[in-house]
Design a protein around this ligand. Structure first.
Ligand code: FPP
Length: 258
């Protein structure tokens, strides 16, 4: 396969559509639910000779601009992958930093998000590894914003797609559900947020073409858009470009064109 000078495989899908403003988008085809894998913070920092943690810190602006861009175009559900069940394998200092960073990000940004009508939620395991004070901030943010409906921002934190499916099946078994009653509807109803629609669009930054255990059940028919932009450089214009690309796709759900 031909490779780019940095050794990476060239972009394999449809060339990305360019949309710089909401006016470039079809307002009737805005994805209801967008999910993002915020990847590339470490590489962004290394390129600048900075510690990886500086890349995460720079990712905050990208996160907030993406939320604001999503609000601008009327996205109703936005799910961001903030920490995976596998990210505990990262160096201890980075994990410690990420716990504190996510906590302080909530404290610094929740009022602003609340004022904009954003409901904050979390998806993931509340296991012993997540520090109590982080859980406390999460609970406070959920309680503060519980009544908001303009957009639901779900932070996938200590989240794994396989773990979510395991947890759903465990819950069904614990309820005594007979095997023949375990079907797609039953599993769907026991996911972390059963009321959440499946993502229409998943965006992953940093030129990696992987799902990395994100929303495995829910993204069965999601449209995937990959961009080379590293997460700290991602802004609402990149979100609009991804939505423009989504709007060019034909969704068939296993059927044929109508
Ligand atoms: C998946 O890649 C990506 C994530 C789980 C996102 C991680 C994001 C952060 C740690 C930064 C969060 C930033 C903000 C602003 C809250 P992976 O690296 O877990 O998987 P891979 O090994 O397959 O690439």
């Amino acid at each position: 396969m031909t490779r780019t000078p940095d050794g990476r495989a060239p972009y394999a899908g449809t060339p990305p559509a360019r949309a710089r403003t909401p006016a470039d988008l079809d307002p009737r085809r805005i994805p209801v639910h967008v999910a993002c894998v915020m990847d590339g913070n470490g590489r962004w920092a290394s390129q600048r000779g900075l510690p990886r943690t500086e890349g995460h810190a720079a990712g905050e602006e990208a996160l907030l601009d993406t939320v604001n861009g999503a609000l601008d175009i009327g996205v109703q559900w936005l799910t961001m992958f903030a920490f995976s069940t596998e990210n505990w394998r990262r160096p201890r200092d980075e994990v410690r930093y990420l716990m504190g960073f996510n906590e302080s990000l909530l404290v610094r940004r929740r009022d602003e998000l609340h004022d904009k009508g954003v409901r904050i939620r979390f998806a993931g395991r509340r296991d012993w590894r997540v520090p109590r004070r982080v859980l406390r901030r999460m609970d406070e943010s959920v309680a503060l914003t519980a009544g908001n409906r303009r957009m639901t921002l779900t932070m996938a934190f200590n989240y794994g797609g396989r773990a979510e499916i395991v947890d759903a099946v465990r819950a069904l078994v614990a309820e005594g559900t007979p095997a023949q009653r375990i079907d797609e509807r039953a599993i769907g109803a026991h996911l972390y947020h059963p009321d959440q629609p499946d993502p229409d669009l998943v965006v992953r930054t940093s030129g990696e073409y992987r799902i990395s255990n994100f929303l495995l059940w829910q993204l069965a028919y999601s449209e995937l858009v990959f961009t080379d932009v590293l997460w700290p450089d991602f802004r609402r214009q990149h979100l609009f470009a991804a939505v423009a690309e989504y709007q060019q796709r034909e969704r068939r759900y296993g059927g044929v064109r109508a």
